[in-house]
Design a binder for this molecule. Structure first.
Ligand code: AQP
Length: 389
């Protein structure tokens, strides 16, 4: 039986990129995995119980690889739960839970750390990109852990750790192994992820296969990644359309949050970076801003056209026929209408759920109890295999 697991970090309100690249697909996967529950939800009747096979995680432990202010993190976790429910994740069909509340993730994580060569994580693209970006000097990395810290006050030590660990910490290097634990602890067989996560998924397969081989037992299945189709695979920043839309981009104008008001959406799209070329054309290389808006439109427009299965030439032809005579400004209005139409009901549901904290907390607590039962089943086998039982 397929078991699906995916996660999202509580690093801010999800944006249109998270919605198009992940959350919308999560809802489809939930509904296709649990057709009886989906039919009951559509008919407004009670759903029959079913064994949990779709799990969605608020990846709060992962979010700590970058500095988080505690009160803000708490609020972001709550808000993220509201956002996922508002997008259509239903507690009768999916297990929704906070990663940190299921301690088996951290336990399995440690066991996997101890079986993973450092070179497996140090060659991950995301880690290498971060190292290059920061060009951290060797002396800064020495920090205080080399025995030369005599005479430093706690405050001095704290501030050195803050400076270095704020940007480059052990968690950031090793989080792909915790990610493997997140997946393997539920013996998940399929993992919907963005293409940027393909390398991490490959690492999970390596870890699962080497663990099975070492202990001579098929403890973990080898999971497959489910990468979304081509169009809108990556939604880009509205300000710098060569960078991806991101929750932690300090520029608010760079993204459309899924709880933005229609006025905010209108103003952000109106100010989105495009170019001064006349007419709308599909040209990812030389017109990244316009193409990003086209990807957003194609991902959300209601005709059901299979844009993702078209070649670049077909896309260019279709776009020219439809929007070739339109100014960028008029096209921005078309995009705004489709985004507002899509996000308005979601925003309404987020605002409603924010006022019902008790319900949201109960959904998470129930999800955590279910997740812990499943995880504990795996951990019993793992502890026995390792010699800890
Ligand atoms: N711009 C994007 N376009 C399409 N898909 C995206 N995803 C993220 N950004 C885009 C997908 O959303 C899922 C959840 O992402 P995450 O929050 O766990 O981490 P992330 O990829 O690092 O997302 P952000 O928004 O950029 O967050 P921060 O700023 O905190 O790092 C993933 O499946 C991801 O592929």
């Amino acid at each position: 039986r397929p078991v699906t697991l995916s996660g999202i970090q509580p690093t801010g309100m999800p944006h249109l990129g998270n919605y198009i690249g992940a959350l919308r697909n999560w809802v489809s996967l939930q509904d296709s995995a649990q057709p009886a529950q989906a039919a009951a939800a559509a008919a407004g009747t009670a759903a029959p119980p079913s064994p949990p096979s779709v799990l969605y995680m608020l990846a709060d432990l992962h979010s700590l690889t970058v500095p988080q202010e505690p009160a803000r993190l708490r609020a972001s976790i709550r808000d993220l739960a509201c956002a996922l429910l508002a997008c259509g994740i239903r507690p009768d069909a999916s297990v929704l839970f906070r990663q940190s509340r299921v301690p088996q993730h951290a336990e399995l994580g440690w066991l996997l750390f101890c079986r993973s060569p450092v070179s497996w994580v140090s060659r991950m693209h995301q880690w290498r990109a971060k190292l290059q970006l920061l060009s951290v000097p060797e002396t800064a990395l020495d920090g205080t852990a080399d025995g030369r810290d005599a005479g430093l006050s706690d405050q001095d030590i704290g501030s050195i750790a803050e400076t270095v660990a704020g940007s480059l910490n052990v968690g950031l290097l090793s989080y792909p192994i915790l990610q493997a634990a997140d997946i393997l602890v539920y013996r998940a067989t399929q993992v919907p992820v963005g293409e940027d996560q393909a390398q991490h998924l490959h690492l999970t397969s390596l870890i699962a296969r080497s663990f099975n081989a070492h202990y001579g037992k098929q403890i973990f299945p080898v999971p497959q990644s489910l990468i979304p189709p081509t169009t809108g695979k990556r939604i880009m920043s509205l300000r710098v359309p060569t960078a991806k839309m991101s929750k932690s981009d300090p520029a608010e104008q760079s993204r459309i949050n899924i709880d933005d008001s229609p006025d905010d959406i209108r103003s952000k799209i109106r100010r989105a970076t495009t170019d001064s070329v006349r007419g709308v054309t599909y040209d990812p290389q030389s017109r990244p801003g316009v193409t990003n808006l086209l990807h957003i439109w194609m991902s959300l427009e209601p005709s059901g056209t299979k844009w993702e299965s078209m070649s670049q030439e077909e896309l260019a032809e279709q776009v020219s026929a439809r929007f070739g005579a339109m100014s960028n400004q008029d096209f921005k209005n078309v995009v705004t209408d489709v985004v507002v139409g899509h996000l308005t009901p979601i925003r309404g549901e987020i605002l409603r759920l924010r006022k019902d904290a008790a319900y949201v907390e109960k959904v998470l607590a129930d999800g955590e109890a279910q997740a812990a039962r499943l995880a504990e089943r795996t951990m019993r086998d793992v502890r026995r295999a390792v010699g800890l039982a």
